[in-house]
Design a protein around this ligand. Structure first.
Ligand SMILES: Nc1ncnc2c1ncn2[C@@H]1O[C@H](COP(=O)(O)OP(=O)(O)OP(=O)(O)O)[C@@H](O)[C@H]1O
Ligand SMILES: [Mg+2]
Length: 147
């Protein structure tokens, strides 16, 4: 079971960095949490864990950012500003899932039906100014169980 508390953005990044080490290139991660929870920092940690020092920022107009320079590519999606599921399908969502790269989606709970069965769901809860709870859950967090 993974249910931890962190007290700084560096700790969030360090946690994700460890997680990424040795991760299968086909892994899909869904990040769920309020605005400012630390999802983008989590992605930054994953990227560092793959050995890439790419500049990480939330994709807005393009929907997806690709970071190279690590052991495999990382595709960073953010569903926050997406209105229609079709927009994600239209940019080749299924093809991305077939790539030998890691896929990470911020705000995946907006379109949970798009996420494949094997998705790793991560919930980040804001507990205080710098304090966060990071929990691995078995599905999109409405009635999920910690795993
Ligand atoms: N423990 C922590 N982990 C991550 N970020 C933290 C932590 N404590 C404070 N912060 C701050 O919270 C903010 C998190 O920003 P970040 O962009 O990563 O959040 P986000 O979940 O991606 O937000 P959004 O939903 O807007 O995309 C940053 O300003 C960061 O400095
Ligand atoms: Mg973000």
């Amino acid at each position: 079971m993974t249910d931890i508390k962190v007290t700084s953005e560096n700790e969030t990044m360090a946690f994700a960095q460890q997680l990424a080490i040795g991760m299968q290139p086909s892994t899909v991660l869904a990040l769920v949490g309020d605005l400012g929870a630390g999802k983008t920092h989590f992605v930054k940690g994953l990227t560092r864990g793959l050995g890439s020092d790419a500049a990480v920022s939330s994709p807005t107009f393009t929907l997806v950012h690709e970071y190279g320079g690590g052991s495999c590519p990382l595709y960073h999606f953010d569903f926050y500003r997406v209105d229609q599921l079709e927009e994600i399908v239209a940019i080749g969502w299924e093809e991305y899932l077939d790539e030998a790269g890691i896929i990470v989606v911020e705000w995946a709970d907006r379109f949970p039906d798009l996420m494949p069965e094997e998705t790793q769901w991560w919930q980040i809860e804001i507990l205080g100014e710098d304090k966060r709870r990071i929990v691995k859950v078995d599905r999109c967090p409405d009635n999920a169980t910690t795993i």
